[in-house]
Design a protein around this ligand. Structure first.
Ligand SMILES: Nc1ncnc2c1ncn2[C@@H]1O[C@H](COP(=O)(O)OP(=O)(O)OP(=O)(O)O)[C@@H](O)[C@H]1O
Length: 673
């Protein structure tokens, strides 16, 4: 061990055990706290030479898919940040909330050295694995911080300087970390400020994007700051109910948690009615109008933006009542001429106000959640909350407390304030249970009881609370098959199954071209619509779209983010999409010379389309390798999907999607749905 490393290890021990020298690490308590965790809790050796931990490519891809929305925006911001820091030996990285490095933009001078410490895609930078470090410690502390030189816990990392800031979603959930790391001798003072600004930009853009189908109130206490990085944004339903608020909005209004304002009417927050607000915003041609906060009477300036997809939609009228079934624009917007979707919308209108449970079936990305939201918005519950919960993405151990909530101190580790479960949050509104087929069997019994008794008792509580919810469940798997295998309760199935809707896959929709155009419009920035060239439209129309509308949306989003002009052509299309078409026997498409780069750049961040009838055709080399591995695993487990999912540590649900994406079918086709 070098003298330097020996001194570092000694210092860690003396700081942790005796707090001697805690002040001289000069980073306040957060570094001391982290060192204590590393030594006592994770029992890490500060001089560890263990190989960096790196997740398997298949898991990395899965984690990237989970954060696809944030990633699409983050990539643009990461490139900007990289350019701002260019030449200073920095790498810009994005991790998920478990500290797995999803994206890496590195200065070539730094990349080689960095990979030795594990700064590379797929590496795990949680504090538990890498000790005190920018990304991992930021995930624990949940605030921006710098970890410089020998503030790192592991002596092998002390050549680094890392500036990291946490990324939160609109529900205040930590989703990942953006980090700029470089050699400590080249560290720059202002890096943390730049990283924090990029994160704010990412959060704002993700928020504006996610709620572009709703009204968005953008405000600040100075008119010139409306529309800038520091503005607050609040998403509002058509009746003026707060659907979500950005972090900046909460902080400008003096709230700490979104629950404090979500579900309230905008006139409870500001001294103005919602129709009045929309009216004055439009009359002032979207120049900020003064509004006053109810509690403090503080003055703010605001602009209300109309929902993107409904720019011609009716405006809320003074004293407007809740929408009636006749005014179901959110539902109507779901079909642009497809007969199957039109039939769905017609039936939805008929059952909307009835007390029947709804089940939505359809392939992944075919619009089940969108349909559920539209039903909610078109019903008399529109002003009440719409709460969605994905039974497949929450760890089994957390579903119960997520759904039912818990009283303060109900179990070890429970928060002091307790938690209102999703069932109660949805009270008066709609609860959307996505991937219901993945709900653990033990919980199915509890859910059934709640649905029958129409009341809920939070964990650790005694008094039941009355429940009035419209339940919409969704799944892309065959529930009857699950019942047969004992994975789904038959009684719950019949309780859920009031009316069933099936979302058609995109490849079967007759309104595909109109949908593609609409999505391109929705993905365009406000006031700057991107057009699609006819040839490109024809190619998009003929794709197989295994990921349905989600895949289409991500493709358009990325093409739009990387476009050179506001008219997208075949040159903007990733090569594998062109390739897929040629394979399918359509007219050959030869992009102009030098055009591959834009499309190739897009292809680097997108899943490939399905390969038609040829099993492995149209897949990129990485996917072919993934397909091979998966086929071997399937054979090894004699096509027992649960066994394979367990082996790969992924949900059955994710496995199904992979099989679909990689075009893997059971040798006996009838055994796969
Ligand atoms: N009618 C539509 N018009 C435009 N975009 C749509 C439409 N329906 C769905 N989308 C978009 O497609 C994507 C996937 O939709 P959604 O989440 O509703 O699908 P899903 O079937 O619930 O997916 P999963 O099974 O994976 O949960 C979203 O980005 C959504 O905005």
């Amino acid at each position: 061990m070098s003298k330097f490393a020996v001194d570092h290890v000694k210092r860690v021990h003396s700081v942790v055990h005796d707090r001697i020298g805690a002040d001289c690490i000069g980073a306040g308590n957060r570094i001391t706290r982290s060192w204590i965790r590393c030594l006592n809790e994770y029992q890490l050796n500060p001089d560890s030479c263990a190989e960096p931990e790196v997740v398997a490519p298949i898991e990395l891809q899965e984690r990237q898919e989970r954060l696809a929305d944030v990633q699409a925006v983050a990539k643009v911001e990461m490139t900007n940040l990289y350019q701002q820091l260019a030449g200073s030996g920095y790498a810009i990285m994005l991790t998920d909330r478990e500290g797995v490095l999803l994206n890496y933009f590195g200065d070539p001078a730094f990349t080689h050295a960095a990979s030795k410490t594990g700064l590379m895609q797929g590496a795990v930078w949680s504090e538990r694995v890498q000790g005190t470090n920018g990304m991992g410690t930021c995930l624990v502390e949940r605030r921006p911080l710098t970890v410089h030189q020998d503030e790192h816990y592991l002596s092998r990392n002390i050549g680094l300087s890392c500036a990291a800031a946490p990324i939160f979603d609109h529900e205040g959930e930590l989703v990942g970390v953006l980090d700029a790391s470089g050699e400590s001798r080249l560290a720059q003072q202002h890096t943390l400020a730049l990283v924090s600004m990029s994160v704010q930009m990412i959060e704002n853009r993700v928020f504006l994007h996610q709620f572009r189908h709703d009204y968005i109130l953008r405000f600040h206490n100075r008119p010139e700051f409306v529309g800038t990085l520091s503005e607050g944004a609040i998403a509002l339903s058509i009746t003026g109910t707060v659907l979500a608020a950005s972090r900046a909005a909460l902080s400008l209004l003096g709230y700490t948690r979104p629950e404090e304002i979500v579900g309230r009417d905008v006139c409870e927050l500001f001294n103005i009615t919602f129709p009045g607000l929309v009216d004055s915003s439009t009359r002032r041609a979207f120049h900020p109008v003064p509004i006053f906060e109810v509690r403090s009477n503080a003055r703010f300036f605001a602009v209300v933006y109309q929902p993107v997809a409904h720019s011609n939609a009716r405006r809320p009228q003074r004293g407007a009542a809740l929408p009636t079934p006749a005014e179901t624009s959110a539902l109507d917007a779901l079909h642009l001429g497809d007969p199957a979707m039109r039939a769905n919308v017609d039936t939805a209108r008929r059952v909307m106000e009835r007390n029947v449970s709804i089940v939505l079936l359809g392939e992944t990305g075919s619009g089940k959640e969108r349909f559920a939201r539209a039903m909610h918005l078109s019903s008399s519950r529109a002003s009440r909350p719409f709460i969605a919960i994905n039974c497949a993405s929450i760890p089994e151990s957390l579903i119960e407390s997520e759904l039912f909530g818990y009283r303060p101190g109900a179990f070890t580790g429970a928060s002091k304030e307790g938690q209102r479960g999703k069932l109660l949050q949805a009270n008066g509104g709609t609860l959307f249970l996505d991937e219901i087929g993945d709900m653990p069997v033990a919980l199915q019994a509890r859910l059934l009881r709640v649905l029958e008794e129409r009341e809920v008792v939070p964990l650790g509580g005694e008094t039941p609370v009355k429940l009035d919810i419209r339940l919409i469940s969704a799944t892309h798997c065959d529930l009857l098959q699950k019942i047969e295998s004992g994975a789904f309760r038959e009684d719950l199935y019949y309780r859920l199954q009031g009316v069933t809707f099936t979302m058609p896959p995109l490849r079967d929709r007759q309104d595909r071209c109109a949908l593609i155009r609409q999505l391109a419009l929705e993905e365009s920035d406000a006031g700057c619509p991107v057009e699609l060239d006819d040839k490109l439209l024809a190619v998009l129309d003929r794709q197989h779209w295994p990921g349905n509308l989600r895949q289409l949306r991500h493709l358009l989003r990325t093409m739009i983010a990387l476009r050179a002009t506001d008219r997208l052509t075949l040159e903007d299309l990733p090569p594998e999409y062109r390739h897929g078409l040629v394979e399918a026997g359509a007219a050959a498409i030869t992009p102009a010379a030098g055009s591959a780069s834009a499309g190739a750049a897009v292809s680097a961040v997108l899943p490939a389309p399905a390969p038609g009838n040829k099993p492995g055709a149209g897949l990129n080399p990485f996917e072919c390798a993934e397909r091979e591995v998966l086929l071997q695993e399937l054979k090894r487990h004699q096509w027992n999907l649960s066994g394979v999912a367990r082996e790969l540590n992924i949900s059955r649900n994710t496995l199904y999607r992979k099989l679909q994406r990689l075009n893997i079918e059971h040798p006996d086709k009838s055994l796969f749905h």
